[in-house]
Ligand binder design. Sequence first.
Ligand SMILES: Cc1ncc(COP(=O)(O)O)c(C=O)c1O
Length: 382
Amino acid sequence: MTTLARVTESPLVQVATEAERRPGTIKLCYGESDLPTPAFIVHAANEAALAGHTQYTHTAGAPELRAAIGAKVHELQGVELRGTEVICTVGGTMAIYLAIRAFVGAGDNALIISPAYAIYANAAVMAGGEARHVPLAADGNRFVLDIERLTRAIDARTRMIVVNSPSNPTGWMITEAEQGALVDLAARHDLIILSDEVYERLVFDTDIAPSLARFAERGTRDRVIIVNSFSKTYNMTGWRLGWAQASERTVRLMYAAAEFITSNPTAMVQQAGIVALRDGEASVRRLRAHLAARRDQVRTVLGTLPGATLAEPQGAFYAFLRIDGLTSSASLASRLVSEAGVALAPGSAFGPGGEGYLRLCFAASDATLGEALVRLQPHLKC
Ligand SMILES: Cc1ncc(COP(=O)(O)O)c(C=O)c1O
């Protein structure tokens, strides 16, 4: 059996397929906003294509984009990052795949702080390794890092810890103290940390999420790989542009492999990315305000449902709802499509720790979200 044959289809696909079959279903099961890419970014891509950005670039991305990402990281996190410490990729997805592929081999394992986006486990499996889900602990309606549980899950074949904050699906945001504990643990056991920070800018009670970049000074940078993306920050999911920050050595390892998988991300999209970074701050602020209002709208309804607990969404754009006594989130999600006309993601799509939960993506318009909540309420009441 090849490693690809061990990749499992997400339970989310079934719900999405049922939703496609029923016109009028409100689809809050996917992880993207329903807003279009801001026009100034679209114009920048058009202009770049007309100006001749239509050929291959360096596999790791155009030097001016890599430098622009370094400058943005410095502006936002106060950390020095050279262009050569950045690889631009076909979405954050490719950066995650390359990072896992680079450090997890046959017989190795990666610890995945869960519930988590399914990509990490599948990438570890595709690399011939094992994915070990290590659940966050619950503290009231918040999640917290369970460092003891992580420590217990480490063995001689553990190569990597994967953490995603702000988190899809939980909305959890790691604290700086938790980051420090994670970095110490990785140093003690000689592990790589893969930190997926694609929702870094989409946070509600602060301007930006704490980044592990602050712990990855040159020297320890070999241990920490940070993944980020244009997809969520600039409503650019379909453009497929992301990046990883790491040591030059790790970046070279990653682009040597990328050369034979995707080569560079699309040339004119990279130019549009430079403009997004340069001129996008007002649009990021507007998006954050829009999402904060949607979060409040969801909290008002789902935060008070009897028999359910809404995890506090601190960042990203998901409401992660635990339903007391729920044993099959996939069956409930399927029933909600047929009976309520709303598609949500079953918690089981995010690893064993996600069973018993539903995930609602609230990156929708006020009206769409309002209608979905009205439809859902009678079906979720215990
Ligand atoms: C946590 C997380 N990481 C990475 C990605 C991938 O994003 P991209 O569109 O940049 O490949 C997603 C997309 O949903 C995500 O939720």
